[in-house]
Ligand binder design. Structure first.
Ligand code: HEC
Ligand code: HEC
Ligand code: HEC
Ligand code: HEC
Ligand code: HEC
Ligand code: HEC
Ligand code: HEC
Length: 263
């Protein structure tokens, strides 16, 4: 019996060893993170398949050191899902859905994904299509990935806009947005359509706040995001949420406005 039990472990080690050889042959010196100091994440002196899940901190903490946006503006991670997930998406030792549920941490494949499916097909591995159909944008803004894309660059040098704002504007600009369109006037003034609320975007918060009338940057709560230091759509709206476009903080009594404005 015990011999049979050890077969999967041996197969895993062989597979790992072959994987490593292929990687170094491809000049990548192994998979993602295999050039790093193992003990910056693992507790064991000699990490193997058996003790690999024993980490010195949660993945949400270990991974954001290099991937700052992978927890905020992203699929929820580091929580106990109250339903069964396919075996393909393993939980961590404490039962949480986490980075390694979707990603092979030391893999080499595209996106380090545990699934070859992409886009809606991937998301439907765990969610019913209805989950997305009921969202205001029918899931359009999130179905592409587990994270908002941070790579878009502003083509407009006069008005620096962050990658996330550019993504929102891609669907909400004057031409495309319908009732939900927002306009961007000269000098970076954003005009909401139905609420008629106008607001400057692309402004550096730290610089502006020094002139008075604003709370110091260090005192802003964590949900107020300022990508590259700039005020953008995700300073006021959640970027990746079951309620598309939800405000980061309810605005009753102008509570959202007064998190930044100190009048
Ligand atoms: C940034 C953090 C980090 C670093 C650095 C790191 N690992 Fe890992 N490793 C992980 C995580 C996270 C898992 C998945 C844990 C789980 O399955 O719950 C993992 C899993 C493993 C596993 C189990 C098999 C597998 O691939 O899932 C092995 C073996 C392993 N790591 C070896 C290493 C070695 C050897 C090093 C150093 C060369 C290393 N790791 C460096 C985070 C890290
Ligand atoms: C020391 C910095 C560092 C840490 C810590 C780190 N990564 Fe990475 N990661 C990188 C770099 C650099 C790349 C891009 C280079 C590459 O593709 O290998 C990358 C790429 C990735 C990719 C995308 C690969 C692709 O092909 O698109 C994923 C997914 C990823 N990391 C997940 C994680 C997870 C999950 C953790 C935590 C267990 C983590 N990373 C921790 C540096 C890091
Ligand atoms: C529900 C599944 C899921 C979870 C959980 C998840 N990711 Fe991802 N992640 C994805 C998908 C899907 C992609 C896009 C891969 C592709 O298309 O190549 C991705 C891409 C990435 C990338 C590369 C592209 C980018 O946007 O930067 C990094 C880095 C990354 N994930 C890190 C993490 C880290 C760190 C965690 C945990 C805090 C995590 N992921 C949790 C699904 C997930
Ligand atoms: C491994 C399973 C798994 C995969 C794959 C997965 N999800 Fe999820 N997702 C969950 C679980 C579990 C929850 C928690 C809520 C629930 O149980 O429905 C969740 C919650 C969410 C939420 C709610 C976030 C909030 O505001 O609370 C969104 C949005 C979401 N997923 C989108 C996606 C998208 C888009 C994809 C594909 C890129 C995806 N999910 C892939 C398991 C998964
Ligand atoms: C892929 C296209 C797409 C992207 C990207 C996108 N949206 Fe939307 N959004 C929509 C659609 C479609 C609607 C629904 C329009 C309607 O009801 O007429 C919508 C609706 C909204 C609403 C109104 C929600 C409601 O309940 O009425 C808000 C607020 C919003 N979006 C904000 C944002 C923000 C902020 C971003 C960037 C983080 C963003 N959107 C990115 C397509 C998108
Ligand atoms: C300073 C805060 C702030 C910023 C920045 C901001 N919004 Fe809004 N947005 C709001 C508030 C407040 C509402 C009204 C929400 C409500 O009544 O529930 C709103 C409503 C919306 C609506 C609903 C339709 C409407 O016209 O009222 C859309 C769509 C929207 N915002 C998109 C965006 C986009 C896209 C960006 C970035 C280009 C953005 N917002 C930037 C605060 C902001
Ligand atoms: C993320 C922080 C933040 C939030 C939240 C915020 N503001 Fe602002 N607001 C600013 C900054 C920074 C400026 C200064 C821009 C400049 O000087 O160009 C500004 C400027 C303005 C202005 C232009 C007047 C002036 O003196 O420049 C108005 C009006 C305004 N905000 C109203 C609002 C309202 C109404 C809300 C709530 C719906 C709100 N703001 C929420 C940061 C914020």
């Amino acid at each position: 019996m015990s011999n049979f039990k050890s077969i999967p472990v041996i197969l895993l080690l062989v597979a790992l060893a072959i994987g490593l050889r292929l990687d170094s042959a491809a000049g990548r010196n192994g998979g993602h993170l295999l050039n790093s100091r193992c003990q910056s994440c693992h507790l064991a002196d000699t990490v193997d398949a058996k003790n690999g899940a024993v980490l010195i901190a949660s993945q949400e903490k270990l991974c954001v050191e290099c991937h700052a946006n992978a927890v905020r503006l992203s699929h929820p991670s580091g929580f106990l899902p109250n339903r069964i997930l396919k075996d393909q998406f393993p939980r961590d030792w404490k039962g949480s859905l986490t980075c390694s549920s979707c990603h092979f941490i030391h893999g080499t494949g595209p996106g380090l994904m545990r699934s070859s499916k992409r886009g809606a097909d991937f998301c439907h591995e765990c969610h019913e299509p209805r989950f997305f159909e009921e969202m205001a944008d029918r899931g359009a803004s999130v179905l592409a990935s587990g994270h908002l894309d941070a790579r878009q660059q502003s083509a407009n040098n006069d008005l620096p806009l962050d990658a996330f704002t550019l993504q929102c504007l891609g669907c909400h600009s004057d031409q495309e947005g319908g009732d939900r369109r927002v306009g961007l006037r000269k000098g970076g003034v954003l005009q909401h359509n139905s609420s008629s609320m106008n607001h400057p975007i692309g402004v550096n918060y730290a610089q502006t706040s020094r002139q008075g009338g604003y709370r110091p940057l260090e005192l802003l709560p964590a949900e107020i995001l300022l990508p590259n230091g700039l005020v953008g759509c995700i300073s006021c709206h959640e970027g990746y949420s079951i309620r598309h476009g939800k405000l980061v903080r309810a605005n009753a009594g102008s509570a959202l406005c007064l998190t930044c404005h100190d009048l």
